[in-house]
Write a protein that binds this ligand. Structure first.
Ligand SMILES: [Zn+2]
Length: 181
């Protein structure tokens, strides 16, 4: 693979600082650890400074481990692959989620977003600020990739769980503004 030329005046897609050959990185907006190698065909990659890249990379595993322990696995091989990586990391005591779950976990009834009982689940103390930081990086990266400008740092990003109905409503709402899903 040849080295990519950094465009003149290129800025970091996350913080907006100008980057040069000393601190430029190619950054995978959606953490690569969420997908097996055969699912990485259309990665969203942006220019980012090394500081942002390193900060985000340190959050990626926590994001992965929380997602997979919240959502569990189904018949698809993608979550099974992610779960295997979480378990592997946890067996080496390298998962913050695993450590917190062991230290503070207790069994509690779990419900779907629609309110249906889906069995007993392990409830543990999470670190929502880490997830918010991950989500903000991803939202900023997606915005930068689509609009080719940095989302102003004083803009707040709201993230939350949507029911399928609320999701469809949201898509219809955004559709009126020309945002394609
Ligand atoms: Zn940056």
């Amino acid at each position: 693979m040849g080295r990519r030329v950094i465009p003149n005046g290129q800025v970091c897609g996350y913080c907006g600082n100008t980057i040069d050959k000393h601190n430029a990185t190619r950054e995978h907006v959606i953490p690569r650890c969420l997908f097996p190698p055969d699912y990485r065909h259309t990665p969203i990659v942006i220019w980012a400074c090394r500081t942002c890249n390193t900060t985000k990379a340190a959050l990626d595993d926590y994001f992965r481990d929380t997602l997979i322990t919240e959502l569990g696995t189904d018949a698809s091989h993608v979550p099974a692959w992610v779960m295997a990586n979480f378990e592997n990391s946890d067996s080496r005591n390298q998962s913050r989620v695993g450590r917190f779950a062991r230290a503070t976990g207790r069994l509690e009834p779990a419900f779907t977003v629609e309110g249906d009982f889906r069995g007993m689940g392990l409830a543990y103390e999470g670190e929502p600020e880490r997830l918010l930081e991950s989500s903000e990086f991803i939202a900023r990266g997606l915005y930068f990739d689509k609009y080719k400008r940095v989302l102003p740092l004083n803009h707040q990003i709201h993230a939350g769980l949507l029911t399928p109905e609320a999701f469809l409503e949201r898509v219809a709402f955004l559709g009126r503004y020309g945002v394609k899903s």
